[in-house]
Every structure is written in structure tokens, then in C-alpha cells.
Write a protein that binds this ligand. Structure first.
Ligand SMILES: Nc1ncnc2c1ncn2[C@@H]1O[C@H](COP(=O)(O)OP(=O)(O)OP(=O)(O)O)[C@@H](O)[C@H]1O
Ligand SMILES: [Mg+2]
Length: 579
């Protein structure tokens, strides 16, 4: 466990070492008072009188030692925390670096909840290891070990007797850890299930309310919360007896020394003075030892979290090259592309050419694989077989930055950052001037709704862009892509049908963005389909035909059906709008 964290500690190792030294000094100071106690009681055992002259210097030493203990322990903790929080920073930065190299799809599949937990809670747990378990654990183990050796030297029989409770305590502790480890997987699974249900419950509240599913939804929520409660209680029930045994036994190392030692005194084989010495020492050992072992009790959880982190850190990165874009043109070519999200294949060997500065529309039933194909062009995932090239250069040969410079992607669902609309558009090109941002907003037909907003471009988009309507969000996303001005555009149209006014605005915005570009558009609307240079019909993950609108109407049954459905739906919509 320590070895896997060590690379992240890096140059801060020295602070952890200094923390150990400071804490060892503190612990040494903390046991001296017990020795002073022995020195004060020793004369009594010998039948001598206890004088004030013998007491006050020892009292002074005790006070001094307590001050040293407090100061060095505090210094140790501050050094260990300094090292720990720099290490946490390193781990988070490293994890972020790893995530950057993963495919966007894999990150999406991991889920926001798990990633957030990983970045915050799980990494934070390393603080316990670095700031406490290592320095405090070492210091609190080292000193008891030395004292026990001293006990053996002063009287080996007493040394042996002090070991008996220790062995019983360690046995109890190992039993507790065994029970803990056996249930660790189930414990985390049960916690994760509860978290997911809570997130789903909160996210789906709108649907739940609209469809009057309060009772059902609350039932699942309640069941998961109760299952977690029951599981945790059952787990603790198994651990509690062992925990109670070792926490009560460690501070009582004199448990056997006291009766056996008294008998030995009666038989004359031990002096009272020596018994007082070893008992005073045993008082010093117990609390330190217990503290050190308490950290050991946390190790199974830490081990588990570190393993989870390592799994993510070692996840296979996206196969992205480091080269610049050096394609000979802006022709895009999909060659025998096979892809599946998990085991099952979704795209079955698609081949398609997008000639430079032409528009290709993808049409097909819902779930046929259109968005998947579009995402592959921006290297959202690695493909299983085949290749995708731009101007003859494989997209896996170029760096993600180089690919991103060539391609602008407008997704089916828009994400806007919770900042101003201006900043949201600026994401397309952070070096753009205010005039350029305003021009992009105008060309994306955003002015009509921006003028309605009192703060215009300075309006906050809200969480995920919730302050805007779907159509408005899409137009802000188009403005972003216009500002980016990449030569290849991938456009996943958001909704099949819009109100006529919005549709007109969208057409105008799209016309602005596609000018002189190589375009791949997932088309739901008549205007985009009909005028495209090429229409590719996708059916169950296959490209079954690719041609112009008129030609496809002649040759492709599937397209004919699709076109007829699109037209009738459109007429229905126009009829509906004019009512
Ligand atoms: N992240 C994912 N993980 C697993 N399967 C997925 C994922 N995204 C899509 N799929 C599956 O892949 C198939 C193709 O989905 P895709 O989103 O490409 O369809 P589409 O043609 O864009 O549909 P629509 O017109 O409804 O947007 C579907 O069967 C879908 O269930
Ligand atoms: Mg789609």
C-alpha cells in the first residue's frame, strides 16, 4: 500500500520523515512521566520517606515532557499534513492527466458520480494514510517495542507476561480485519447502489412527479437506504465484539503482571520496586500501541480505495498519436469501421467517403448508430477494426489537439457551462475578440433571444444551460462552432421537429456554419436532407446506401419509407402549427 502511494509523495518525502522524527521525540517525552512516577514510588517500596526535594525536580521533568510532547506532536502533524496535502494534489493532477488521455466515451461511461467520488472522497482518504497512519503509526509502534525490550531486560518473566494480553489483542484485531475484508466488496457495492438510487431519485424527480410515481420511486429509494443500513449494522455486529476486546485489553498490559508479580514478591523472586517499574512502563505502552493498531484497522478500506484508484490510473488510454495534422486534403473517409460499446457490435464495417467541402447527411431509424458514427470521427472512442482518415491521415496518428483543430462537433444534447453566454461561445476560440463573439452569435441567429434578455450575452446560462430553451441552447452551441471555424463540421441535430420559426432560424444558422466546410450532419429535418450532396442511409449499424436525394428515392426502399414518414410528419407539424 505504501509503495503504491510513494511515487506521488515525491519530493515531499522529507517532510514525512521529519514528521516521524518529531513524533518519535513526542512519544519518548510522553513515556518519561511514567518513569518519573516509578522514581517517586521507588523509595516508598524500599520503605524510605518521600521528600519534597525528591518530588519537585521530577514534577518539573513531567511538566517539561508534557510540553515537549505537545509541541513535537503538533509539529509532526503539521509536517505530515504539509506532505499529505501536496501528495493529494499530485494524485489529483495525475488522475486528471490520465483522464485527459482516456476516450471521452470511457469517461462518460464511468459516470459523474463515480468520478466525483474518486477525485474528492477517495483521494481524500489518502490523507489518513500519509498524515496519520505513517508518521503516528511508526512513532506509536516504535516506542512500545523499545519499552517491551527494556521490560524483558529488567525481568524476562514480566516481559513475557506483558506479551500475553498483547497476543490476545492482536488476535482479536486480526479477526476484526478478516471480517472487514470479507465484506468490503459488498459494503462498497451496497453504498454505491444506495448513492446511485439517490442520484436517480433526485434526477428523475420531474418524471416521478409528472407521472405520479412518487410511491413507487420512494419505495425503491427507501429499500436501498434500508438495505445499506441493515448491511452496515450486520457488518459492525460481526466486528464489534473483536473491537471491544482489543480496545479494552491493550491498555491493560499489567493484567497478568500484577497478580503473578505479587505472588513472585511473596515467594521472594521479585522485588516490589521492580514490579512498580514494569507496571509503570506497561502504562506507557498500552495507549501508544492501541493508537498505532487503530490505524491498522483502517488499512483494509485504504487498500481497497487505492486499488480502485490504480485501476482507473492504469485504464487503457485512447490510441492518440502525437503528430500534427498533415493530411493532404479535408476529405474524410470511414473505411470498414467496426465498433461496439461493450461486447456487442453496433457498427458493422461502415465505409463512407465525405469529399472535401461537401455535406453528407446520415439518416436512419433511432438507435441505428448515427450518433455513434459521428462520435467516432472526433475520436470519442477507439474503433475495433478499420480506420478513419482525414486527407489520408489516420485520426489515431494525430494528437487530440490536432484533430480538434480540424473538427468542430455540435452534439445532440448541448452542454453549456454555468457561466455567461459570452464565455460559453468563447469556448470555441478563447483568443477571439468581443466583435468576433458577437458576430458568431449573430450568424447563429442568437440575437433574437439575446435581445430579449436584459443582460444579453452577459446572461448566466445556469446549471448545464437550464436558463435557455433547447433550441436556444443549440444555437449557442452553433455560435461556438462558428467561432471555432474548423474546416470539418460534425452536427448531430438535436430534435426532429421544431416550431417553424425556430426551424427557420436553425436553417439559417446551419447555412452559416457549413459554408465551405466538409460536413457530416445527422439530419432529422427536410431542408438538411434534401439539399445534402450525399445522403447515407444507416440501418442497424450498416450503411445500406449513399447517394443524392433524388437517386435514393429511385433506388432505396428504406430511404423512400423514411422520406415518406418525414414528409407526413412535417405536414402534420405544419398543420398543427397553423391551427
Ligand atoms: N454509451 C453507450 N453505451 C452502450 N450502448 C450505447 C451507448 N450509446 C449508444 N448505445 C447503443 O448503440 C446503438 C446506437 O446508438 P446511437 O446513439 O448511435 O443511435 P442513433 O442512430 O444516433 O439514434 P437517435 O436517432 O435516437 O439519436 C443503440 O443501440 C444504443 O442503445
Ligand atoms: Mg443520435
Amino acid at each position: 500500500m505504501f509503495r503504491s502511494v510513494a511515487p506521488y509523495v515525491g519530493k515531499y518525502k522529507i517532510y514525512t520523515r521529519l514528521a516521524v522524527v518529531a513524533m518519535v521525540i513526542g512519544i519518548v517525552a510522553s513515556v518519561v512521566p511514567y518513569f518519573m512516577l516509578y522514581q517517586m514510588l521507588g523509595p516508598l517500596a524500599r520503605g524510605e520517606a518521600l521528600t519534597w526535594a525528591a518530588i519537585w525536580p521530577r514534577l518539573l521533568v513531567i511538566i517539561l515532557c508534557e510540553i515537549i510532547y505537545a509541541l513535537s506532536y503538533a509539529k509532526g502533524l503539521s509536517l505530515s499534513h504539509y506532505s499529505a496535502y501536496h501528495t493529494l494534489e499530485n494524485v489529483r493532477i495525475k488522475l486528471q492527466g490520465k483522464l485527459e488521455k482516456q476516450s471521452l466515451g470511457d469517461i462518460e461511461d464511468l459516470g459523474n458520480g463515480r468520478l466525483k467520488k474518486m477525485f474528492t472522497d477517495d483521494i481524500e482518504q489518502l490523507e489518513l494514510l500519509l498524515a496519520h497512519a505513517i508518521p503516528e503509526g511508526i512513532a506509536n509502534m516504535l516506542i512500545p517495542a523499545i519499552i517491551i525490550v527494556v521490560m524483558f531486560i529488567s525481568d524476562w518473566r514480566m516481559g513475557l507476561l506483558s506479551l500475553i494480553p498483547m497476543v490476545i489483542g492482536m488476535f482479536a484485531m486480526s479477526m476484526m480485519m478478516k471480517a472487514g475484508m470479507a465484506k468490503m466488496d459488498d459494503y462498497y457495492r451496497s453504498g454505491a447502489e444506495m448513492n446511485n438510487t439517490i442520484i436517480e431519485y433526485v434526477n428523475g424527480m420531474e418524471v416521478v412527479k409528472v407521472f405520479n410515481k412518487d410511491g413507487e420511486s420512494y419505495k425503491t429509494f427507501g429499500e436501498k437506504v434500508m438495505a445499506y443500513r441493515d448491511f452496515t449494522l450486520a457488518w459492525y455486529k460481526e466486528c464489534w465484539p473483536w473491537m471491544a476486546l482489543y480496545t479494552s485489553i491493550f491498555p491493560c498490559l499489567c493484567m497478568f503482571m500484577l497478580p503473578v508479580g505479587s505472588l513472585m514478591i511473596l515467594h521472594g523472586s521479585l522485588t516490589l520496586e521492580k514490579l512498580i517499574l514494569v507496571i509503570c512502563m506497561s502504562f506507557a505502552v498500552g495507549p501508544s500501541f492501541l493508537k498505532a493498531l487503530n490505524f491498522a484497522g483502517k488499512f483494509p478500506q485504504l487498500d481497497y480505495k487505492i486499488a480502485e484508484l490504480e485501476k482507473l490510473m492504469n485504464h487503457e488510454p485512447l490510441k492518440a498519436g502525437t503528430n500534427d495534422f498533415k493530411g493532404s486534403s479535408l476529405d474524410v473517409s470511414f473505411e470498414n469501421v467496426h465498433f461496439g460499446y461493450e461486447e456487442e457490435e453496433v457498427l458493422h464495417g461502415i465505409s463512407l467517403k465525405l469529399p472535401q467541402k461537401t455535406t453528407t447527411a446520415l439518416v436512419g431509424a433511432s438507435g441505428s448508430g448515427k450518433s455513434t458514427l459521428a462520435k467516432l470521427l472526433i475520436h470519442y472512442y477507439d474503433i475495433k477494426e478499420g480506420k478513419i482518415t482525414i486527407g489520408g491521415q489516420d485520426i489515431t496518428d494525430m494528437s487530440l489537439e490536432a484533430l480538434n483543430q480540424q473538427v468542430a462537433y455540435v452534439a445532440q444534447e448541448q452542454f453549456l457551462f454555468n457561466t455567461t453566454l459570452y464565455d460559453n461561445i468563447l469556448v470555441g476560440n478563447p483568443t477571439a475578440t468581443r466583435e468576433q463573439v458577437e458576430d458568431a452569435a449573430r450568424r447563429a441567429q442568437c440575437m433574437e433571444f439575446l435581445e430579449r434578455l436584459p443582460q444579453g450575452l452577459e446572461t448566466q446560462a445556469g446549471d448545464g444551460g437550464k436558463m435557455l430553451s433547447g433550441g436556444e441552447r443549440q444555437r449557442i452551441a452553433l455560435a461556438r462552432a462558428i467561432l471555432k471555424d474548423a474546416p470539418i463540421i460534425v452536427l448531430d441535430e438535436a430534435t426532429a421537429f421544431m416550431d417553424p420559426e425556430n426551424e427557420e432560424k436553425m436553417n439559417a444558422a446551419i447555412a452559416e456554419i457549413v459554408k465551405d466546410k466538409t460536413v457530416l450532419v445527422i439530419a432529422h429535418r427536410l431542408a438538411t436532407i434534401k439539399d445534402a450532396d450525399q445522403i447515407c442511409v444507416i440501418k442497424d449499424g450498416n450503411c445500406i446506401a449513399a447517394d443524392r436525394h433524388e437517386a435514393l428515392l429511385e433506388s432505396c426502399e428504406e430511404y423512400k419509407k423514411f422520406w415518406a414518414a418525414t414528409q407526413s410528419a412535417s405536414q402534420w407539424k405544419i398543420g398543427g402549427a397553423t391551427c
